[in-house]
Design a protein around this ligand. Structure first.
Ligand SMILES: [Zn+2]
Length: 168
């Protein structure tokens, strides 16, 4: 099943569970029950403030983030998902420079905690480029539910790819 690419680096029993949720068409119900509504951080100004608040609270000293945006094109870069962050990324500028965070615009239609997960992931990259132990430690510090949310965000991507927006 092609959409399982989003989770195929998880242990086999998890991949099996996801596959059976998809086959039984239970994935949307699972997600909606757990996350009844989407966030309201719709404008780029609101998104910018949202990211800055997180940054101020947890990693004040790291490089400033100059721009935060929703990016419709990132939606198409699906192959980047297997090993890496979602369809969002951090772009370094010049030395010591301004950082830019882009979040795939499909996450406009996501639950707030999933937006949190992506923001936390990208902010952690300001300090740690690699997905190493220190990186995940930082993510967990900012968001204790990080690992479960990362998995659920991947389920959200599967559902969105198969059936369009979760919240109709
Ligand atoms: Zn990453």
């Amino acid at each position: 099943m092609k959409v399982l690419k989003y989770v195929n680096h998880y242990p086999a029993h998890i991949v099996d569970q996801v596959e059976s949720l998809v086959k039984q068409k239970q994935l949307a119900a699972y997600l909606i029950k757990k996350y009844p509504c989407k966030h309201t951080v719709n404008s780029e100004k609101a998104l910018y403030d949202y990211v800055q608040n997180y940054k101020k609270r947890y990693i004040k000293q790291s490089a400033p983030v100059s721009r935060v945006s929703y990016d419709a094109k990132l939606q198409l870069v699906k192959h980047a998902l297997g090993t890496h962050t979602y369809v969002s990324r951090v772009q370094g500028g010049k030395l010591k420079a301004k950082q830019e965070i882009r979040i795939a615009s499909l996450f406009k239609e996501a639950p707030q905690v999933m937006l949190d997960m992506i923001v936390v992931h990208e902010l952690a990259h300001l300090k740690e480029k690699q997905h190493n132990k220190a990186f995940y430690k930082l993510c967990l510090h900012m968001l204790p539910e990080y690992h479960q949310l990362e998995l659920d965000t991947r389920l959200f991507l599967i559902e969105t790819e198969l059936n369009g927006p979760l919240y109709k």
